[in-house]
Ligand binder design. Sequence first.
Ligand SMILES: Nc1nc2c(c(=O)[nH]1)N[C@H]1C(S)=C(S)[C@@H](COP(=O)(O)O)O[C@H]1N2
Ligand SMILES: [Mo]
Length: 335
Amino acid sequence: MHKSGKYINLSAYRANRPSWALPEHDATPEAAFLNRRELLKGLGMGAGLVAGIGGTLFDAGQAYAAEDPSAGLYPVKRNEAFKLSRDITPEKVNSEYNNFYEFGSHKQISAAAQSLKIRPWEIAIDGLVEKPMTIGIDDLLAKMPLEERLYRHRCVEAWSMTIPWSGFALSELVKLAKPTSGAKFLRFETFLDPDVATGQKQTWYPWPYVEAVTIEEATNDLAFMVTGAYGKPLAKQFGSPLRLALPWKFGFKSIKSIVKISFTDTRPKSFWESLNAKEYGFWANVNPEVPHPRWSQADERILHTGERVPTLLFNGYGEQVASLYEGIKGEQLFR
Ligand SMILES: Nc1nc2c(c(=O)[nH]1)N[C@H]1C(S)=C(S)[C@@H](COP(=O)(O)O)O[C@H]1N2
Ligand SMILES: [Mo]
């Protein structure tokens, strides 16, 4: 076959350019995704079973169970203040379509992510706080008021999902940390372990993954620390045992598998901002009218139906968060 404009040799292209340089329709050809599901069906494996490392099989949706001591905490009570006007993305679809570059710069990382060891798991809370601490995830879970919230998630690549997250308000963690008056930002850091997360051997990425928000954003009601999904502990591919969910921002702000939260007076630079500040800024609030430099953000593909729907300002959460940005001038708030 010819290399037409459309069917460029994608693997060669990829080898030279990390996939963040590609819009979603190039980075993750839908046809390949669907064909793979058909293939699994043909093999009699069912959609949830994928081949793991060493050829073992596991069910992506059940992957938490074996070693996660927090299983008894779930399901937690749903907070009805957080509702959706869309169907929840089926767990199996969600569990097999993830962005987690530590395990590969494509969507089918769920098998590879099972090599992440999630106990013991310690989280350092440091910087401008009254008493810096290191706390184990199970001690943190015991201190926090867990609840379930139905959230939208809008990836910068123009696909979206909806998910029942379990966890606690980030504001509760801020209370626990007791920041001093100089603290203006929270900086989050993902684990660093290239032997386990082989994506971290790709040295052109500025590992570890880092994200940041302002204190005002962190204490907004919507900012949520996620510890579970679908009424169970968080499966590893979702960023177990602790990830962030900021549903009014593009998905890359919702950092996974957090090991450190630092309070600081200077604005941290995120992973994506370090790679390409023009395309992935600090604020990254969803806005259908502000295109990504290389593609439109006007609409989005719903993950499980393939339907395209208009994207909403602040991903539909403007009522809760628009006031956070009213006084900010001269900044790119929507990229
Ligand atoms: N550490 C880390 N966190 C991350 C990412 C990542 O690659 N590494 N990808 C981000 C992006 S781009 C998105 S869209 C979401 C995807 O979350 P999901 O796989 O649970 O849908 O995680 C975000 N958090
Ligand atoms: Mo994303």
